[in-house]
Design a protein around this ligand. Sequence first.
Ligand SMILES: N[C@@H](CCC(=O)N[C@@H](CS)C(=O)NCC(=O)O)C(=O)O
Length: 221
Amino acid sequence: MIDLHFWPTPNGWKITIMLEETGLPYRLVPVDIGAGAQHAPEFRALSPNGRMPAIHDPEGPDGAPISIFESGAILQYLGDKAGRFYPAERRARTRVEQWLFWQCAGLGPMAGQAAHFRYHEERIDYALDRYVNETRRLYGVLDKALADTEYVAGDYSIADMAIWPWTRGYKGLAIDPAEFPNFHRWFKQVGSRDAVRAGAAIGKEAFAERQREMIRQEVTR
Ligand SMILES: N[C@@H](CCC(=O)N[C@@H](CS)C(=O)NCC(=O)O)C(=O)O
């Protein structure tokens, strides 16, 4: 049984989706990041960066327990463990890794900052424009890639699972799906998978309520 230290956010859903896809047995250990649980020493022992998600697998690669932080590394580990969605063949594996790193180092941080400055109590136009424009550029990159392939790295993979939760809020960033039709086709296709529905539903209402609260605060400011 894998322990997933989780809170409902796009980075958390990457892992619930992968666990649902593979059927690996897991249980959720809540990390209430709103209440500061990410700073607790017990959690820091697993995740020294003080961010969730993290996993603890009592049966690591050599049979000994292993703890892992960083969502991309967790997806790679689970892909190898399950022997699914992360090909072993070097060329196909590299193709998956390119998009996985693109998400972890590009789309995630940029879309995260765009959302942060959208809800920041002081409106800072320069920061908001910078991150929204960069996020929009990244949607263009994704859309172009998806003109030639069904999934970002060819077959459905951990790269799609990493990207999809981060595009779930495209409407909030004023991304018009008509402008990115290949993205929109892929978004609906990935989102219709049973495992994606199941993994992405975990804690969705709590996440939506936090978003609504931020929007209320923005509206009343
Ligand atoms: N690069 C990390 C990012 C993880 C991350 O930023 N997690 C957020 C939630 S989405 C978090 O734990 N935030 C707590 C905080 O900001 O203190 C990963 O991909 O796992």
